[in-house]
Design a protein around this ligand. Sequence first.
Ligand code: PMP
Ligand code: GLN
Length: 379
Amino acid sequence: LISKLPDVGTTIFTVMSQLAASYNAVNLGQGFPDFPMDSQLTDLVNKAMKNGFNQYAHTSGFMPLREKVAEKAAKLYQANINADTQITITPGGTYAIYTAITTVLQPGDEVIVFEPAYDSYVPNIVINGAVPVFIPLRYPSYSIPWEEVKQKVSPKTRMIIINSPHNPTGSVLSADDMQQLQDVTRDTDIFIVSDEVYEHLIFDNIRHESVLRYPELLERSFVCFSFGKTYHCTGWKLGYCISSPALMAEFRKVHQFNSFSSNTPVQVALAEFLQYEEAYLSLGQFLQHKRDYFLQLMEPTGFKPLPSHGSYFQCFSYGHMTDMPDRDFAIKLTKEAGVATIPVSAFYRSNGDHKVLRFCFAKKASTLETAAKRLAKAA
Ligand code: PMP
Ligand code: GLN
């Protein structure tokens, strides 16, 4: 077999979660909450299954759920989205991103990827025979250097991938960034994948600049979301993509021969649950408290926090503490201090000396307290 992904090993999330389990470490690595999800939503799934919603859903998604998603997009982002032609429910946000990338890319196409980048983007590009063109985000704000973007755009550029709030850094795009993106892509045939799975996980009174707010951008975009991130049920693997009718028609050609449809009872339950706006509107504040509490707990450890305004991740630099590369240091901390994290170099393909670790703070207070205590002791 000739590997289609010769440079790919096991994802860092699997590696660190397994290591955490082997060493009985507190797992602040892989991004998932350790507190229970809303039992009203699990009850609704049970009800859907009992009511017989157990067969294939419509290939584009259970219509009442798509209608609720369109209503939400109108309310939050003033977007006029047609539930019939512009929304497809997918088995997770990652799947939506992969499908969008596969829908567009031809071999040899170039894709602008900002580093650090969520680790699925580059393999998704490479498996389609396309070529990632890397642009490092500015340290430590992790903002986009637009001058460099303009220089790197070529006749072969077919896509730009953006992600706000950003994994792993928690940086967020501003209205000015969206304006720049609009200027860079105007009169080109560049498509955009906008990874917005953390749309509600945004802090410090910052407004989420969804592509859905920008009709000109939406014409060329695939905007990807995840119910797993919003409702604390990452294991349910349900998300969706919003696009223009023309792009969505092509997206659906790929989707119908991949998974065809998505989990029916979960869609039926979410169609009812989406009416409780408070569940997602309160999320930013809920996680902002966790971020602030975690920052306070981490003070005695010596780790230096970098700015995080969204997602459920907080990065810390540690170059003043040791010269160890971040992968080695993350492994050492898991084995010896009993705290698992994610080395940020895992989100880079280009080489570089990144003495930064990512911590997931979507955890119970007691989990964060144990982790910080262990790190302070090891410092
Ligand atoms: N994009 C980013 C940046 C993520 O962190 C995640 C979380 N896993 C996803 C996409 C995918 O979400 P899902 O679990 O719904 O596939
Ligand atoms: N998105 C999650 C993270 O960044 C992990 C998802 C996965 O394990 N692929 O930690």
